[in-house]
Design a protein around this ligand. Sequence first.
Ligand SMILES: [Zn+2]
Length: 87
Amino acid sequence: MPEPKRTIPMMVPNIGGQKLPFDISQATPKNCDACGCQHFMVAVRLGLISGMASGNITGRDQLVKFEVYLCIKCGHEYGQPVPVKRE
Ligand SMILES: [Zn+2]
């Protein structure tokens, strides 16, 4: 019989009852690309997948959501290009 995979080390911090497969104390702090602020708030982006879209087997419009992070200081969305340098 297959042996269970042990990919999670013993010293992993337990956050909210959910075990993370890495040590969060080793995370590199990420700052806002626009202003350097270290604090973000969670926001949600919505998208609509048309019922006509190929791959949408439901045949109905589907609302999908993405979790994004907004800088609490300037509102810049984390991971998005900084507005100043437009292409
Ligand atoms: Zn910012």
